[in-house]
Every structure is written in structure tokens, then in C-alpha cells.
Design a protein around this ligand. Structure first.
Ligand code: PGA
Length: 233
């Protein structure tokens, strides 16, 4: 069983999600399918898949105009929330400690956080990939974490049509697995994300320590997303 998570970012509508839900209803798979959508769409009847949000506040409640708390997300019936996505880290200056707070809030509200880590092109070129990944995991995943998912997202590859080599993916995922295990979190699922599509999904998910994928652009249309879901058992 693999985890296939989609991240719609700021795309779609209730109508397009409704259509996706209809298409997913008939898909025969043992894989776990999750769609992380904008807050306003966390109302669709999800059969055969689970819904998630894409961000959560560091606060529980109060005068934080525009923010949405973990318990508010949980109240919609959503089960997951992405935290620390590279676009949040880039455009909203989210640090590992902010991401960790968000992950803790999600856990306290009964949500499963999908915690993203990964290196920028600058960090990759400076030979810092492994250090960034390890500190990303150590500092973003709460120590006392219950059930979390970690996603390795090489930031230079997202939306760029680029993918790391198999050896690079294996190295990153093994490091994440070892780091999580040293934190007492062995068995935590580790997803790969960045430019996943139907043509590379099965190969990526055959790599050791890859428990599934986090899919951006190719999760928006059922014709692209369903072949990814059915590409592996
Ligand atoms: P992409 O996005 O699949 O479009 O590269 C991945 C992500 O941002 O999670």
C-alpha cells in the first residue's frame, strides 16, 4: 500500500473537486489517496479518498485575522494538513520551528500533518542537501510526534519538470528514515514530491524508503491523477 497525496495549491473549485470525487469513487486501489485542497473546498463528500488542508495557523484561536486553526480544519472532517510546503517556506518565510509548531497544533487537533522538507537549488549547489534535509526533519518534526507523514520535496524540482536521480532520492529517503528512527519515529511514512507524473510515479515508488508521493500539478485532473494512483499496488 502506498500513499498518493495531491496538493491542489490555489487551484480548482468546488465543482472541479466534485468532479474529481466522482472520478475517484470508482477507482479500484488499495493505496491511500489524499487530496489537499484550499480551505473553501473542505466540504466535498469524499468517498474513497481523504481530504486535507495545505496550511494551518501556529495559534489555537484569537485575534489572527485570516488564519485558520487546526481544530477548525478538523471540524470540516479533513484528516490531514500539509505543513512547511516549500511555497510556504519561500513566500511566507516559514522556518523549521514555525513548521514544527504547526505540526504540533495539527496533532493536538487529531490531524495528521504532512511535514515537508527539502533543499533549494542554492543549497544543492553548495553541497548542503543532506544537512538541510537532516536539520529539516530534526527541527520540523515534533519530538513527541504521534502519527505524522514526512514528504521529501527537493525545492528546485517542484513545478520545474525536473526530478532527482534514483540514487539521490534513495539517499535522501534513507537519511530521513534514519533520522526519524533516531527520534523514535521509525515506521513514519516518507513521501517523495516534485514533478511526479504518471510516467515516473511507479519508478519513484519502487525506490526503497519511498512510501508514496505528493503530487502537485498532476493531481488537478483525474486523467493525470488516477493513472498515478493505479500505477502501483
Ligand atoms: P509538482 O508540485 O508536482 O507540480 O512539482 C509538487 C508539490 O509542490 O508538492
Amino acid at each position: 500500500m502506498k500513499i498518493i497525496a495531491g496538493n491542489w495549491k490555489m487551484n480548482g473549485s468546488r465543482d472541479t473537486l466534485q468532479n474529481m470525487a466522482l472520478a475517484l469513487k470508482d477507482v479500484k486501489t488499495d493505496n491511500k489517496v489524499i487530496l489537499c485542497v484550499p480551505y473553501t473546498m473542505l466540504c466535498v463528500n469524499a468517498i474513497n479518498f481523504s481530504l486535507g488542508a495545505q496550511d494551518v495557523s501556529t495559534h489555537d484561536k484569537g485575534a489572527y485575522t485570516g488564519e485558520v486553526s487546526a481544530s477548525m480544519i478538523a471540524e470540516t472532517g479533513a484528516k490531514y494538513v500539509i505543513v512547511g510546503h516549500s511555497e510556504r517556506r519561500q513566500y511566507h518565510e516559514e522556518t523549521n520551528s514555525i513548521v514544527r509548531q504547526k505540526a504540533s497544533n495539527a496533532l493536538n487537533a487529531g490531524l495528521i500533518p504532512i511535514i515537508c522538507v527539502g533543499e533549494t537549488m542554492e543549497e544543492k549547489q553548495a553541497g548542503k542537501t543532506m544537512a538541510v534535509i537532516e536539520s529539516g526533519v530534526r527541527e520540523s518534526v515534533p519530538n513527541d510526534a504521534g502519527k505524522v507523514i514526512v514528504a521529501y520535496e527537493p525545492r528546485w524540482a517542484i513545478g520545474a519538470g525536473l526530478t532527482p536521480t534514483e540514487t539521490e532520492i534513495l539517499g535522501a529517503h534513507k537519511l530521513i528514515a534514519d533520522t526519524l528512527s533516531s527520534m523514535g519515529l521509525s515506521g513514519t511514512p516518507i513521501l517523495y514530491g516534485a514533478s511526479v507524473k504518471a510516467s515516473n510515479a511507479a519508478d519513484i515508488m519502487s525506490i526503497q524508503f519511498v512510501d508514496g508521493v505528493l503530487v502537485g500539478g498532476a493531481s488537478l485532473k483525474s486523467d493525470d491523477f488516477i493513472p498515478i494512483i493505479t500505477s502501483v499496488k
